[in-house]
Write a protein that binds this ligand. Structure first.
Ligand code: GUN
Ligand code: ZN
Length: 435
């Protein structure tokens, strides 16, 4: 395959930044070269050195003066909710019952699922997201459409058919046996095909009977390497209803723990209102709390104590995500802008290095996939985003007075969206320009 050589300012993280001046936590190459071949990064470093190692017929793309970073990772969103975005509701449960559940019923139709899948990947690529962790609907058709389209685009995606057998419309319910059987079929058909990863996906404790939770536990035992994704502690009414449904559990987190679902591959969306006991339990299990700031604000769910969870004696692992369609933007830049504002309201500071770490290497680590994504290291997947901090007239004007890398990152996060994404490379191929 022909090699592609990108030239620009390379930025990637090697560890979690400890402060705004922690220059040990990242690699920054002001005149960098990134050589990609056959979907993989084969060389990364100073342009002159990388250029010298490239093949004579390598295609060179000059992205100067832009920033070249690992593609963004979105740790939690709902593929069947693209037409739920911007639904006017008072709170989570009203939003689910009024808009979300009826919309997800449509995904029983393959043609609808396939149409939305096309838009879904277009939108991710447009916003610089190269890996996402998604909930499909309860219908196997939706998972088939989701994974088939990911394979067509050669994207590394994580997803699963939602398991739910109560407290939703009939058209959205499976049974413990059906949820188990169909998840197994989806694993057999899609896991490890192309760059696909299947996740075991009980929607949340409200929509699963204890019998379905047992079926989920059986799947988790049979497939210990798979991710598990669900929701936890998002909204006060949700928490109250959940605890009423599982009266024997100590708290919401304990429900999942009782069914063997609290582990280091489990991604818990939201986790806004955890008690100290629950945060300890999450930490001890190395489970991941996935922060979805635009959704938390949009649905009025609450202010996620990101920094407080990170600096505990027993820290909780963190992911960041859009939570489309509770979330209001596909952009991880918009997402981190809202994350920043939530910490401001809590009297905390979230610095830009931490934000960009979380969107890339942090999320990759929380997915146990940092050997493949979230970095620009040689040998990893060539999933890359090119960013322009002067993408709009307003940004360009501010850029005139920006002096440092961290100021530039902060500007991109504060004002940037899909217009700041110059190009998105998926497995070494320019995907945004091809849309
Ligand atoms: N809890 C259970 N399902 C959902 C969902 O689709 N979105 C959000 N935000 N929370 C949920
Ligand atoms: Zn969600």
């Amino acid at each position: 395959m022909t090699q592609t050589l990108l030239r620009g300012r390379l930025l990637s993280f090697v560890s979690e930044p400890q402060s705004l001046t922690d220059s040990e936590s990242y690699r920054y190459e002001t005149d960098g070269g990134l050589l990609m071949d056959n979907g993989v990064i084969v060389e990364s470093g100073p342009y002159a050195e990388v250029e010298a190692k490239s093949a004579a017929d390598a295609v060179e793309i000059d992205h100067r003066p832009h920033l070249i970073m690992p593609g963004f990772i979105d740790m939690h969103l709902h593929f069947p909710q693209m037409q739920v975005i911007a639904s006017y509701a008072a709170n989570l449960l009203e939003w689910l019952n009024t808009y979300t559940f009826p919309e997800e019923c449509r995904f029983v139709e393959s043609a609808h699922a396939q149409r939305i899948a096309t838009h879904f990947y277009d939108e991710l690529i447009r916003h610089g997201t190269t890996t996402a962790v998604a909930y499909c609907s309860v219908h196997k058709t939706s998972a088939d459409a989701f994974f088939a389209e990911a394979m067509k685009r050669n994207m590394r995606m994580v997803g699963g058919k939602v398991m739910m057998d109560r407290n939703a419309p009939q058209g959205l319910l499976d049974t413990p046996q059906m949820g188990y059987d169909e998840t197994r079929e989806i694993i057999a058909e899609w896991h490890g095909k192309g760059r696909n990863h299947v996740a075991i996906t009980p929607r949340f404790a409200i929509t699963s009977t204890p019998q379905q939770m047992e079926a989920t536990q059986a799947l988790a035992r049979e497939f210990p390497d798979l991710h598990i994704q669900t929701h936890l502690s998002e909204n006060h009414d949700e928490i109250k209803f959940t605890c009423e449904l599982y009266p024997d559990a100590i708290d919401y987190t304990d429900i999942y723990a009782r069914y063997g679902l609290l582990g280091d591959k489990t991604l818990f969306g939201h986790c806004i209102h955890l008690s100290e006991r629950e945060a300890d339990a999450m930490s001890e299990a190395s489970a991941i709390a996935v922060h979805c700031p635009t959704s938390n604000l949009f649905l009025g769910s609450g202010l996620f104590p990101l920094k407080a969870l990170m600096r505990r004696d027993k820290p909780v692992r963190i992911g960041v995500a859009t939570d489309i369609g509770g979330g209001s933007s596909y952009s991880m830049l918009r997402t981190m802008d809202e994350a920043y504002k939530i910490q401001q309201l809590l009297g905390e500071r979230l610095n830009p290095l931490e934000s960009y770490y979380l969107m890339t290497l942090g999320n990759a680590r929380s997915l146990s996939l940092s050997d493949r994504i979230g970095t620009l290291d040689k040998g990893t997947d060539a999933d890359v985003v090119v960013l322009n901090a002067a993408a709009t007239p307003g940004m360009a004007l501010k850029m005139e007075v920006v002096k440092t890398l961290t100021e530039e990152l902060f500007l991109l996060q504060t004002m940037g969206d899909d217009r700041a994404i110059v190009e998105t490379y998926v497995a070494g191929v320019a995907a945004k320009g091809a849309l």
